[in-house]
Design a protein. Structure first.
Length: 433
């Protein structure tokens, strides 16, 4: 043990605790308390992590197969439309359903449905002439099932770990998400090349056994109070709740601003030509933000203990924009990857804080609907950002599009902070009182 202002003193075991670098690292390291304390969360985390690995394989395999069958980049691009439509529509209904039924049961049913979709992909890939329409259908239906499952999964979190561990649990969940996005495409490419498409899809089917087993072992999680039947009226009630909470409006608006003005991923193929290296360079550019997000997650201990979480969101969103500006001015590939990693880390910190605020401010009977609204916002804003970046780059230049977008992001964050003072004042401890 050590006195705050004096030299280190011996503890009862005779060991000296040094409050220097070791203490700093301990403060930065991710808080794994939810995994240690909650058996249900630990089971669900392990099951979801395994399932995400399989899902990332399919995420790579479907566009690869579409291009293999059609030879058209437009056909591959239309997969994004097939996914975006259910994300922008079914997400709202999924959130309403998650508030009205047993969330555990919803998790089980959607997992079974997703496994069936992957099974269809296995069968289609085994045909002598695989059907392209089946790939679009699988992308659309699978995304719709995900849009139903995700709000329930998010809304379950506080009841699994307790309100005081929401931030830590949100950070822990980010581990497998970022790791899957970094390593999933590479592993998927290797499997497709060596084992084939059918085997790759089959692995995805098998991994659902892990998440399904974890869901089956959970206790039932029915609504704690009487709630409205899922439908337009209950969905509208969710939006009305957001309107009554300036802090929630603030996190939705500031993230939308950051993604719409500062999302540069549509320009990565062009940057692959700019920096040289072709497809390999493009792969590095796509992986870099997720690599930064993974590192940020592992060093998120201080984030999960922060009290001024709204202020943290504003700073993190501004840091994203500043890093994008740095990416725009990067003179070479390695500096570009560094700035993208910094941007990904900032976005990860923002995501942890925003999820924590959302689940803390929202009562349990509304958490499904608010998670559905968040999912739709998170899905649409980057898509709009890529459209904006691509259009501006076509009219001007790559550098102007990226740098102006990053600067607009920083300026927009300042405006949002002024427009939503409740977000700046938000104190996590007072919110839980």
């Amino acid at each position: 043990m050590s006195d705050r202002f004096g030299p280190p003193v011996e503890d009862p075991a005779g060991e000296t605790e040094r409050p220097g670098k070791i203490g700093l690292l301990r403060g930065l390291a991710i808080d794994l308390t939810p995994l240690r304390q909650s058996r249900d969360f630990r089971r669900l985390w392990i099951g979801s992590a395994i399932s995400v690995i399989g899902s990332m394989l399919t995420t790579v395999a479907i566009p690869f197969q579409v291009f293999q069958l059609t030879g058209s980049t437009l056909a591959v691009g239309l997969l994004g439309v097939a996914a975006l439509v259910p994300l922008l529509t079914v997400s709202f209904l999924g959130g309403a359903i998650a508030d009205a039924v047993d969330r555990r049961l919803l998790l089980i049913v959607s997992d079974i449905g997703l496994a069936v979709i992957s099974g269809v992909l296995v069968a289609n890939a085994a045909l002598a002439h695989p059907r392209v329409w089946a790939l679009y259908a699988a992308e659309s239906v699978g995304t719709a099932l995900y849009a139903i499952q995700r709000p329930a999964l998010d809304a379950m979190l506080p009841r699994l770990v307790g309100d005081d561990q929401i931030a830590a649990a949100a950070a822990v969940q980010g581990i497998y998400g970022s790791l899957g996005h970094v390593g999933g495409p590479a592993v998927g490419g290797i499997l497709i090349a060596t084992a084939g498409l059918s085997a790759t899809y089959a692995i995805d089917v098998v991994t659902f056994a892990a998440s399904l087993s974890a869901a089956l072992l959970l206790s039932p999680m029915p609504p704690e109070r009487a709630v409205e039947r899922p439908g337009l009226r209950s969905i509208v009630a969710g939006f009305r709740f957001v309107r009554t909470k300036p802090v929630l409006k603030g996190i939705f608006v500031i993230d939308s601003v950051a993604m719409i003005f500062g999302m540069p991923s549509a320009l990565f193929p062009a940057y692959g030509v700019h920096f040289g290296g072709g497809a390999q360079t493009v792969g590095f550019l796509y992986a870099a933000p997720y690599g930064g997000a993974l590192l940020a997650t592992l060093l998120s201990g201080w984030v999960t203990r922060a009290r001024r979480q709204g202020l943290g969101v504003c700073i993190a969103a501004s840091a994203w924009g500043a890093a994008i500006v740095g990416f725009g001015f990067a003179p070479n590939l390695w500096s570009a990857l560094l700035f993208l990693a910094l941007a990904g880390g900032a976005d990860d910190f923002s995501a942890i804080l925003r999820s924590t605020i959302l689940l803390t401010v929202t009562p349990d009977e509304m958490r499904g609907r608010l998670s559905g609204i968040e999912l739709a916002q998170v899905a649409s804003a980057p898509t709009l950002g890529n459209v904006e970046a691509g259009a501006l780059a076509s009219a001007t230049s790559l550098r102007f599009s990226v740098v102006s977008g990053g600067l607009a992001c920083v300026a927009g964050c300042v405006v949002c902070a002024a427009a939503f003072p409740a977000l700046l004042r938000y104190d996590s401890r007072r919110a839980r009182e």
